[in-house]
Design a protein around this ligand. Structure first.
Ligand code: MG
Length: 375
């Protein structure tokens, strides 16, 4: 194996963990982070949390867990090609959605509305809270005690108000510096994964049609290429050939442009990376096409009548549960009940955010409405 690039994160030069721990002779610190995440409770919950389609709508749609695994796969390929740390990249990807509420973005929007007077709710901040505080796996500390570099990567975006409370970790949002290349890779891999699997799930659900997608230059280009290569191909196999070609082209373009950026910025260390502009990016023409795809999905899939109908039901469940526990704290599991009244809303939000879709539906039926179908 060649020496890692100077601009890659190096586990031997990590800024460390909050609670110092002896090093492990068989695994480096970023490997240990990744493995702590895989063994966490929050990670297992991702299996029953919505990505776009609610869990029971179909067995083949992406869940938060399969989305997360696809993000990690794409990011690891990119990390290897540009010579940055694969373990750290993977750790960031596997943890990036741990703070997501049940029912995807509608769940988060509703919980944010419920928490408006108490500091709001944001899934990215909640992912950090999960790994810093909420996981209960160690005798000596709360959370998973991850390295600074993993935590830096989890915090993809952050308001200035929140950043000012996070010390070193929040600093880059206040002074406009960048995160590690590994974090930048994880961030874009997330977008590559969801834009492409949402095309696939959109077609599978029949909420999207091929004719619509052919209005997009990136889809049309590869769809036609597949037609030329396999004139008799039809159905899912044709879609899958197209989508995998789009993913490949995005990865290849990203790697080429990023290598060019690294060459011209010439960072010698992770500190140089932090003081550079964002280096991981697409070429301008592919960035435009990727954005066109993203905007298309927003308009035609995420705001499709049947997705919105499910969103409204989801919001009703999250809102009802938040109100139920606010009015009846005795119904909360003991560890979410606190003596200080001003801390109670955040603990209720932790409890609701941690629920899987089906657990939230179960509680809704149990405490709120046993008659009608919740969703
Ligand atoms: Mg994601």
């Amino acid at each position: 194996m060649s020496d890692p690039a100077g601009y890659a994160a190096n586990p031997l030069k990590s800024r460390g963990r909050k609670w110092p721990e002896p090093s492990d002779s068989s695994r480096n610190d970023f490997q240990r982070d990744r493995e702590r995440i895989i063994h966490s409770t929050a990670f297992r919950r991702l299996e029953y949390k919505t990505q776009v389609f609610v869990n029971h709508e179909g067995d083949l749609f992406r869940t938060r867990l399969t989305h997360t695994i696809e993000v990690a796969q794409i990011a690891r390929s990119i990390a290897r090609l540009i010579g940055v740390n694969e373990d750290l990249t993977e750790a960031i990807c596997l943890s990036h959605d741990l703070g997501h509420t049940p029912f995807g973005h509608s769940g988060q929007d509703q919980l944010n509305a419920c928490m408006r007077e108490y500091g709001g709710f944001e899934h990215n901040m909640q992912s950090l809270r999960v790994v810093d505080k909420l996981e209960e796996r160690y005798g000596s500390f709360d959370g998973l005690n991850l390295t600074f570099e993993s935590r830096e990567g989890i915090l993809k975006h952050c308001s200035k108000v929140d950043a000012s409370k996070l010390g070193k970790l929040g600093k880059r949002f206040l002074d406009g510096t960048s995160p590690s290349i590994e974090a930048q890779v994880a961030n874009i891999a997330d977008e590559i994964a969801y834009n492409n699997h949402d095309v696939d799930d959109g077609l599978r659900s029949e909420l999207l049609q091929i004719d619509q997608l052919n209005q997009l230059s990136i889809f049309r280009r590869f769809f036609r290429e597949v037609e030329r290569s396999y004139p008799k191909l039809i159905g899912r196999r044709k879609v899958n050939e197209t989508v995998r070609r789009i993913i490949n082209s995005l990865i290849n373009d990203l790697v080429l442009q990023t290598k060019r950026n690294i060459h011209s910025a010439d960072p010698k260390s992770i500190e140089d990376v932090r003081n550079s502009r964002i280096l991981v990016e697409f070429s301008p023409s592919l960035a435009d096409e990727h954005k066109e795809l993203k905007n298309f999905l927003r308009k035609n899939l995420y705001q499709h009548d049947s997705v919105l109908k499910m969103s409204n039901k989801s919001k009703r469940i999250v809102n009802s549960l938040f109100n139920l526990f606010t009015e009846n704290t005795a119904l909360l599991p003991k560890k979410f009940r606190v003596g200080e009244a001003n801390e109670q809303p955040r603990r209720i939000s932790d409890y609701v955010a941690g629920m899987t879709d089906r657990y939230a539906i179960k509680l809704y039926h149990q405490f709120i409405d046993s008659e009608s179908e919740a969703i």
